[in-house]
Design a binder for this molecule. Structure first.
Ligand SMILES: [Zn+2]
Length: 400
């Protein structure tokens, strides 16, 4: 886990101009390196460094050589993210442009102490003494360690803005006492909490579709509007994912459970969002709804030391967990497209069956509630964003 803390301090003229020199030369190296990467069609740090290191060291004789090294890392990251943008058709220029420069530092280029931070420059080390914000002390006093990499940026008015990275070692996963299966769907996430299914609406599909459809309706929109909208769409989804991941992981953590997730590499995207015809859009929904949600859960779980078990999801929604027989869904969907009946007459909600089956796959033999007439309908919770815990949602539902 990593957190970045921003520190600002006003420095004297000499310090500022020493850092300014570094910044200018760093920028020149960065530009050369980016050009080299483009020309040689590589984003690899090792390859760009091998290509430019000697020449740049020669060109910038007085500059500590580690700046060439960190500029190569910086360039490699920029080239890499530019390539990713271009692949998705989201780059607005034909090459990455170095506009804002934040100088990257490694452990040779800066030293930290509470009274001062020293930074190597062309002449000698300079010292800055920032005041530390509250958030700094929170990490500093709670067992986080300061990473060896840092960055600084120069602002107007002789202000140096530095970025310090705090790292915390992830806790070791515990031995699980129980299991919490989680089933990801295109607009909901379902889970079994205290043996009771809950289905939380996420509306990822709606947000994604809403964006695509608006774009089609309005025809070619201006770049600015486009960018703004993309960001809002991204923000909303990120917010939903983070909150949901946290709710699930906290629930698992408190009950010392492991989270069971589907191994999505074994699940075909077509099968999941088959009602969306456009192929590109379908894969977009698939990516955003599943991969990122899953990643959010896995990352949060690592932070808390909650074990995550991946299981093969094939047939998890088509086999009755009580009788082991096949579940038949209405081929045309009917008015309850997600409800199916097993060959022995048990009615199942698609997302709920998957949960019991996922749990069975890790060898959990907890009894599956049996109801021969009712379907196992999960309570659908659309306003869960403010819930403090999944447990409280289940209790509220029981009191209705
Ligand atoms: Zn059955």
């Amino acid at each position: 886990m990593e957190r970045t803390v921003k520190l600002r301090v006003e420095v004297d003229h000499n310090t500022y101009s020493a850092l300014k020199e570094v910044e200018e030369e760093y920028k020149a190296i960065l530009e050369d390196t980016v050009n080299y990467g483009l020309k040689n069609k590589t984003t690899s740090f090792t390859r760009v460094k091998a290509g430019i290191y000697k020449a740049e060291k020669e060109k910038h004789k007085d500059l500590p050589s580690h700046y060439v090294y960190t500029a190569c890392e910086d360039a490699s990251e920029r080239l890499d993210s530019f390539q990713k943008l271009r692949k998705r058709g989201r780059s607005y220029t034909d090459r990455p442009i170095v506009m804002k420069v934040t100088v990257h530092l490694d452990d040779h280029l800066w030293k930290f102490s509470l009274s001062k931070i020293s930074i190597s420059t062309k002449r000698a080390r300079v010292f800055v003494s920032p005041t530390f914000p509250k958030i700094f002390w929170r990490y500093y006093n709670n067992g986080w360690r300061i990473a060896s990499e840092a960055r600084f940026k120069l602002l107007r008015g002789k202000i140096v803005e530095s970025y310090m990275v705090f790292k915390e070692d992830d806790p070791k996963p515990y031995e699980p006492k129980a299991f919490i299966p989680v089933d990801l769907n295109e607009n909901s996430v379902s889970s079994l909490i205290k043996n009771k299914p809950v289905l939380l609406e996420t509306n990822t599909k709606r947000i994604t579709l809403g964006y695509e459809y608006r774009r089609i309706e309005e025809g070619r929109s201006t770049k600015d509007r486009e960018v703004g909208r993309k960001l809002r769409e991204k923000d909303k989804k990120l917010d939903v994912r983070r909150k949901l991941a946290k709710l699930i992981v906290l629930e698992a953590y408190e009950s010392r459970s492991a989270i069971i997730l589907e191994d999505l590499s074994k699940r075909a995207p077509e099968h999941v969002v088959e009602d969306v015809k456009d192929e590109q859009l379908r894969s977009r929904i698939y990516r955003s709804a599943f991969s990122s949600m899953r990643r959010a859960i896995v990352e949060k779980a690592r932070e808390f030391g909650v074990p995550v078990i991946l299981v093969d999801p094939s047939h998890t929604s088509t086999v009755c967990p009580v009788h082991g027989t096949k579940i038949i869904y209405q081929p045309d969907g009917g008015d309850a497209p997600r409800v199916g009946v097993c060959e022995r007459g048990e009615r199942w909600h698609r997302d709920v069956v998957a949960l019991y089956n996922l749990r069975k796959r890790v060898g959990d033999v907890s009894p599956v509630p049996f109801m021969s007439k009712e379907s196992h309908d999960p309570p659908t919770v659309s306003r869960w964003l403010r819930a403090k815990s999944l447990h409280s949602i289940v209790i509220e539902d029981k009191m209705k």
